[in-house]
Design a protein around this ligand. Structure first.
Ligand code: SF4
Ligand code: SF4
Length: 502
């Protein structure tokens, strides 16, 4: 942990009538102030004491910035502050935009950390039917969100290609009337890919995201496949095929390329530089460092491939250091979770990443539809159900309307449990404007959806990431860190809030 959580104000004098509303903490040896509009400002400890006492004079070097960011009552424009906060919370009440569809549970790989609780290739009974897919599309398109993204998950979603194609074609058909912004993304391990399917996916503008855990031995260790196959070589072959295919089709490779996700196992921790170097050598501009989650089969293999929270956070800090080093040498590579935090810290809006927002996206930002038509708060809720617990089920296709789904008592409970304005510890934490709480992760770790934030993995992860970023911003005499970070936040038109993009 790099920043202290509490600072005692008992020795300081405070003039509340002169101060705006803010939270604070010590980060990088300086006092960090944040507020609900996402504004932040660093003060020396001496200036912080003067500021609290209401003794900061109008000609003080920090006064103008503190005033502009609404940390002072003097000249505070409440309406303007309210509109800035509203902009940060633009996603509240919009309706679910991310619709995850599990086209099948079948998969021909057996990854050590599989979150999806896959079934074997002969289990055709875990394929979604065309009839169910039709109803899923009709229900998803009822969302009030003007932007809809169907994300295909599995199992390996391409094993049920007819349903995948049907969802794309039928949703586009319905959208002729509705006029929404409509995207489709596929999360695929590439083991079932064919030229015919790859060409169809490219011709139809489906966003492709695959899994790439690192160099050959790391990838093949994590992502087991039959002995006669080499999972690493296979994924590289298809990434090349897609990336060349986009260029042949005249598409801008900056916007159109295969994105990749990596999941951290014990093996990755030892080899992080090689993993990042591999991504760079493939021309991938974003590496998303992700921990194992306590869902699905990963629960059973934790002892063999898992690590402690501290080990993971040290590894994350090393990765960030290395990525910054590369950026300083002119290499264009960003880290996904940091980018999500930076977008909240350095831009006037919020990237609406469903797992790092308040309230979280469960049922209000995303909905997951299982192969059998069961509806869940999110894909992770579906994964919990796969190991026998339907707590996060919020309906069934053909039985529950879209309105009933988003008003389901579980959706309401999840919203309350992830609203960090009112959660003890979050409500006084300087990281509150940027953070997000995952009630489902808390449930898996503690057996209840509220839990105690400072004891939870997600809280430690988010607190550490925000601290690492702010430490760099606090100690940035020539502005290099901020310049790099601002570059990371530049949104490209093709980027969306899916599993591959944060
Ligand atoms: S419960 Fe967790 S996984 Fe589900 S939407 Fe919320 S943050 Fe994401
Ligand atoms: S989850 Fe932890 S880091 Fe995030 S706002 Fe709450 S207390 Fe702070």
């Amino acid at each position: 942990m790099t920043a202290s959580r509490t600072i005692s104000l008992r020795q300081l004098s405070i003039s509340p009538e002169k101060l705006g509303f803010f939270r604070y903490g010590e980060v990088g040896g300086r006092m960090l102030l944040t507020n609900d509009a996402g504004e932040w400002h660093f003060l020396s400890k001496e200036d912080f004491a003067t500021f609290l006492a209401g003794d900061l004079s109008a000609d003080h070097a920090e006064y103008g910035a503190l005033q502009a960011k609404s940390f002072l009552r003097d000249g505070l424009d409440i309406d303007d502050l309210a509109s800035r906060i509203a902009r940060k919370k633009h996603f509240v009440g919009v309706g679910p935009h991310l619709h995850i569809v599990v086209t099948t549970l079948r998969c021909n790989q057996s990854c050590r950390y599989c979150h999806a609780s896959r079934t074997s290739m002969d289990r055709v009974d875990t394929d979604m039917s065309i009839e169910t897919a039709t109803q899923v599309v009709e229900q998803a398109m009822e969302s009030t969100s003007p932007y809809i993204n169907f994300e295909f998950q599995g199992g390996e979603p391409t094993i049920n290609m007819p349903v995948l194609k049907h969802i794309v074609e039928y949703s586009r058909e319905l959208n002729k009337e509705l006029g929404k912004q409509l995207d489709h993304s596929l999360v695929t391990n590439m083991t079932w890919m064919t030229k015919e399917n790859a060409d169809w996916l490219m011709d139809n503008g489906i966003l492709i995201c695959t899994s790439l855990d690192g160099p050959e031995d790391v990838h093949n260790f994590n992502r087991l496949w039959k002995k006669e196959h080499n999972a690493f070589e296979n994924v590289m072959k298809w990434m090349r095929y897609f990336n060349e295919g986009y260029i042949e089709r005249g598409r801008d490779p900056q916007l159109w390329h295969v994105d990749a996700l990596m999941t951290t196992t014990r093996k990755t921790i030892e080899r992080y530089k090689e993993v990042i170097d591999l991504y760079v050598s493939l021309g991938i501009h974003s590496v998303h460092i992700r921990p194992l989650n306590p869902y699905g089969f990963a629960m059973g293999t934790w002892k063999a491939i898992g690590y402690t929270t501290e080990e993971y956070l040290d590894y994350y800090a090393n990765c960030l250091d290395y990525i910054m080093e590369l950026n300083k040498k002119g290499v264009e590579i960003v880290e996904g979770t940091s980018t999500s935090f930076l977008a909240k810290m350095l831009t006037p809006t919020d990237p609406n990443f469903v797992d790092i927002r308040s309230p979280c996206g469960a049922g209000t930002g995303q909905v997951a539809y299982n192969y059998d038509g069961k509806i869940f708060t999110c894909d992770e809720g579906r994964m919990v159900s796969a190991v026998g617990n339907d707590l996060f089920q919020i309906g069934s296709i053909g039985e529950t309307t879209h309105e009933e789904v988003i008003q389901h008592p579980t959706v309401r409970a999840m919203a309350v449990a992830s609203l960090n304005d009112s959660l003890p510890s979050c409500n006084t934490c300087w990281n509150k404007p940027y953070c997000g709480v995952c009630p489902l992760h808390t449930y898996q770790s503690t057996g209840e959806i509220f839990g105690q934030r400072p004891n939870s993995f997600k809280c430690k992860e988010h607190y550490t990431i925000a601290s690492l970023l702010f430490e760099r911003l606090a100690n940035d005499p020539d502005g290099t860190h901020e310049k790099i970070f601002r570059k990371w936040t530049l949104t490209r038109p093709r980027e969306t809030s899916t599993s591959c993009k944060v």
